[in-house]
Design a protein around this ligand. Sequence first.
Ligand code: PEP
Ligand code: MG
Length: 319
Amino acid sequence: DYERAYEDRFLPATTVDGVNIEVVANISSSSQVEDTLEFGSEGVGLFRSEFLYMAHPQEPTHEQQVAEYKAALDAMATENQPLIVRTLDVGGDKPLPYLAMPQEDNPFLGVRGARLSLLYPDMLKRQLRALFEAADRGLLRVMFPMLSDITEWRAIKEIYNEVADEFPGIQLELGMMIEVPSAALMADVFAKELDFFSVGTNDLTQYTLAVDRGHPVLSKQADSLHPAILRLVKTTVDAAKRNDIWVGVCGELAADPLAAVILLGLGVRELSMSQTAIPQIKAQIRSIDSSEAKALATAALEAESTEAIRALDRTGVTA
Ligand code: PEP
Ligand code: MG
């Protein structure tokens, strides 16, 4: 029950047989870090940096950006609690008043996330500079949203390298969101050039099932606990393992107790979610054996629908 899980929220999320899962939080501001730690979070798996940009009438200054990232790192309880900052992810459903965006018939299929950064490379450079500036305050990782093709990543990496040259001696771990089906399918290619993956199940579901995540009628059908999504997560994890990099999940799916066990069974090693879900997910992981989770994952991959997955008990048997 929730009360018991809340009492135990500072215990690690380690399975009965000793597999540890990092449970971290999604935030939109440095001011939330302390709160998330109070819910038992072990760091931040997704800092949606667009909120920093939306909080100002124009692009935040270098000083404002640096201060925000430093504040987030300084709020961590220990130096090895990670802060994963996602670079500016606007476009699509998220406008930014002071940034001209192309007029598009299908903004979700348009210039959003990293694609917008490629349109405004100097803005990305200013964000990366601020991140480098803050990097010595803790364990900072950077990840990029909406990549769908390796050539996009290489163009981003070139911009990154130009900024990195200004900060000799500082190395940041670089990751990408897996939130477009092509990125999951081509994960073996990406895995050779990145340090980690974080699966964004909200967008990955929208793009895989062809259901607008905010659709007034259809969004209920956008349940991420779908065998198609799990198969893409498996493809991603398998590619990552072959290349010795790790995979996290930062979409809403990570906060679903049944899904958390399945994701663990698939080999995901970090789950990032809204803080209120953290105590229960940690308790759930502590209550299972990783072999049970693997059996459940295998059954879920073979299931024919979301309903069939939800009918499984945690050992993979249809209830
Ligand atoms: C996602 O797409 O799953 C995700 C975590 O990013 P956002 O919800 O900010 O698009
Ligand atoms: Mg997304």
